[in-house]
Design a protein around this ligand. Structure first.
Ligand SMILES: [Zn+2]
Length: 355
C-alpha cells in the first residue's frame, strides 16, 4: 500500500466496513486487482480498477449514471464530494436506486497534489491517448482504460436507457460565474432542456456550448456513449480540507437525489435565469514566447474593452474584436500546440432545445 495524501490507508478487505473507496484508491493509486462485494441492501459493488467502482442495486431505475472527479488530481472539492457519496452508499446510509459508476480519474496525481503527472488527462479522450508517439505515460494509459470502463458500464446496462455523465472539476482561477458547465458539441442535435433544468438545480446557471469535437471526457461520453454528458466547473481549486463544502451543497443534494431516484420537481426552463456562451475563438500556443497580457489572477468570463490586447505569441497579437467577448481557461503554461485560452461570447439558445 502507498502512503497517500489523506493519510488513511485502506485494504480491499476493509472497504465494506468503512466505505472509504477514495482511501482504498489512493492506497493503491496505479492498480487495484478487481474484486466485488455485496452490500447489506443487495447492491453489488464491483471494483474494476483503482478509482473505478460500479454499483448495481437489486431494483434499479432506467438511468445509468457516471459521476467522475479527480480527472485533474488537485481539484479536491469534487473528489471530497464523491468520496462522501461513496461512503454513504457503501455503508448503507444511502439507498442507491440507479446503476452508478463512480470514477476517481487520476489517483497518482491526487496523491501528488498535482493537476497531472505527465499529460493533461482531460485532453486524451476519444482516442487522443493513442495519437502521440513514444511510450505512453500514466495519463495516456489511464484515458484508454477509462474509456473502456465507461463503455462497459453503459453496454452492461443495455440500450434504451438514459445515460448520464457528470465530470466534476474545479477551475484553476476564480470565475465571474462561480459554477459553469461545458456542454460538449452535439453535432447539430438540440441541447437538452431537462438536463439544463437539473443542472440549474445543482447551482449551475452558466453554460459554455461547444461547437467542435474535443478530447475531453465529457465529449467522449456524449459522442461515443450517447450520454447526456457535461464537464461541471464547480468553483476554485483548493487543497484537501480547505474547501468550503457548503458551496457545493446544491450539487451534492441533487446528485444524491439522482442516484437514489428521489429527484424533486425541477423548475420550468426559463432562459432568463441562465447565461449561455459559445466559443468565438480558440487560441493555441504556437511559440515559447506566448504570453498573456492581463493579470495572472484574472477570473474566467472576464470581459475587456474592444481592441484590448489579450495575448502575444511571437509576432501574433490577439485583441478583443467583438463586443462582449470574454476570456476563459487562460493558461500560458501549456505545451506548444495546446489550447492556451478560449474567447467566448453570449448567445441565446431559443429554438435549439429538446425535452
Ligand atoms: Zn479540471
Amino acid at each position: 500500500m502507498t502512503t497517500n495524501i489523506l493519510g488513511r490507508a485502506l485494504s480491499p478487505a476493509d472497504l465494506a466496513a468503512s466505505g472509504d473507496f477514495l482511501a482504498l484508491t489512493l492506497s493503491h493509486p496505479e492498480h487495484l486487482t478487481p474484486f466485488s462485494c455485496v452490500l447489506t441492501d443487495g447492491t453489488v459493488a464491483e471494483i474494476w480498477d483503482t478509482g473505478v467502482i460500479c454499483l448495481t442495486p437489486v431494483q434499479h431505475g432506467k438511468t445509468d449514471v457516471v459521476i467522475s472527479s479527480g480527472v485533474h488530481g488537485n481539484e479536491t472539492a469534487p473528489i471530497e464530494l464523491c468520496a462522501a457519496l461513496c461512503i454513504d452508499v457503501l455503508t448503507g446510509k444511502l439507498q442507491l436506486k440507479q446503476r452508478t459508476l463512480f470514477l476517481f480519474g487520476n489517483p497518482p496525481a491526487i496523491n501528488a497534489g498535482k493537476r497531472e503527472l505527465v499529460d493533461n488527462l482531460n485532453r486524451l479522450f476519444s482516442g487522443h491517448h493513442s495519437k502521440a508517439d513514444g511510450e505512453p505515460g500514466w495519463e495516456r494509459q489511464r484515458a484508454a482504460k477509462l474509456e473502456q470502463y465507461v463503455l462497459r458500464f453503459y453496454q452492461a446496462g443495455g440500450e434504451g436507457r438514459e445515460r448520464l455523465l457528470y465530470d466534476l472539476h474545479t477551475a484553476i482561477r476564480g470565475s465571474q460565474f462561480e459554477k459553469f458547465a461545458v456542454y460538449p458539441f452535439l453535432h447539430g442535435k438540440p441541447w437538452n432542456k431537462t438536463q439544463l433544468r437539473f443542472l440549474h438545480a445543482c447551482g449551475v446557471e452558466t453554460f459554455l456550448l461547444m461547437q467542435t469535437p474535443a478530447s475531453t471526457f465529457s465529449y467522449f461520453g456524449a459522442q461515443s456513449c450517447g450520454a447526456h454528458a457535461f464537464t461541471l466547473e464547480l468553483g476554485k481549486v483548493r487543497p484537501f480540507g480547505e474547501n468550503d463544502m457548503s458551496r457545493f451543497a446544491a450539487c451534492d443534494l441533487m446528485l444524491r437525489a439522482l442516484v437514489t431516484d428521489r429527484l424533486p420537481e425541477l423548475a420550468e426552463f426559463d432562459e432568463s435565469k441562465f447565461n449561455f456562451f459559445v466559443v468565438s475563438r480558440a487560441v493555441n500556443k504556437q511559440t515559447e514566447q506566448f504570453e498573456l497580457c492581463f493579470a495572472r489572477n484574472i477570473e474566467n468570463f472576464s470581459q475587456f474593452p474592444l481592441g484590448t490586447v489579450l495575448a502575444r505569441d511571437g509576432a501574433i497579437e490577439y485583441r478583443v474584436d467583438e463586443p462582449g467577448e470574454a476570456i476563459i481557461f487562460p493558461n500560458a503554461d501549456v505545451a506548444i500546440g495546446q489550447r492556451a485560452m478560449l474567447l467566448v461570447k453570449p448567445v441565446s439558445i431559443a429554438g435549439q432545445l429538446c425535452d
